[in-house]
Design a protein. Sequence first.
Length: 290
Amino acid sequence: MDTNSTFNLDEVDFERRFGGIARLYGAPALERFRGAHVCVVGVGGVGSWIVEALARSAIGQLTLIDLDNVAESNINRQIQALSGTVGQAKIHALAERIAQINPFCVVHQVEDFVTPDNLDTMLGTDKFDYVVDAIDSVKAKAAMIAHCRRHAIPLVIIGSAGGQTDPTQIAVRDLARTEQEPLLKKVRRLLRSEYGFPRGEKTRFHVDAVFSMEPLKYPEPADACAVDAGGGITGLNCAGFGSAMVVTATFGMVAAGHVLRQLAAPAAPAAVEPVAAPAAVVAADGTIGN
């Protein structure tokens, strides 16, 4: 489903809305933003803020992939989560918000989960100028990374955002060099064992990761988040951890800023060296999203 504005739009309106972007990044970069198509997989505690920042930066097309609905438990950290949006599909609530912010932006809504088996359909090989992975299903995350590397699709991935209180410890590094990050450690292990990614302390994956160097604060058992009885624990939902918008939103801003810097470069984005097809494919687990 695509969302197109019915507003009366013109270049003067565009300049009024986004002239500040041109003054910061330059007019050529603004045109690149306007012509860019970015896919955000998972639009919850981190992904929703990424979408907001990209929409406010004049990105011309956004594809939002998520199957979750807004719940009251999302209100502490997700930008589209309001009393009036509880029960709505997260991507629909975000698309309506984007139409008010950037009516020039075409929003493609994909109400589904990404799995290792549907990546060719979901991401293709040349649909997007950038992909942002904001999920925490290890199998789906690893498969998405391998797919994007294999097809030279620029990608930035997000680490765990729950259990942290200090947004100043968030950084961007190569996935092979992250610290204090149990989720990304599991992803690295799977990439090496199933997708042929290199081993060794000095190796690089050539995959940018947003992560926090802050040790996780584990909740007391009585305070842990409830588990979905249907097994639907999904991406970056901080299941089992406490979470705060000051951290999840900062993850999103750091990721969005990274994407914008890459797209703003004259040869943007930097070429990604493809990797060989994996020897084995991880089975789909069907979980993804917030």
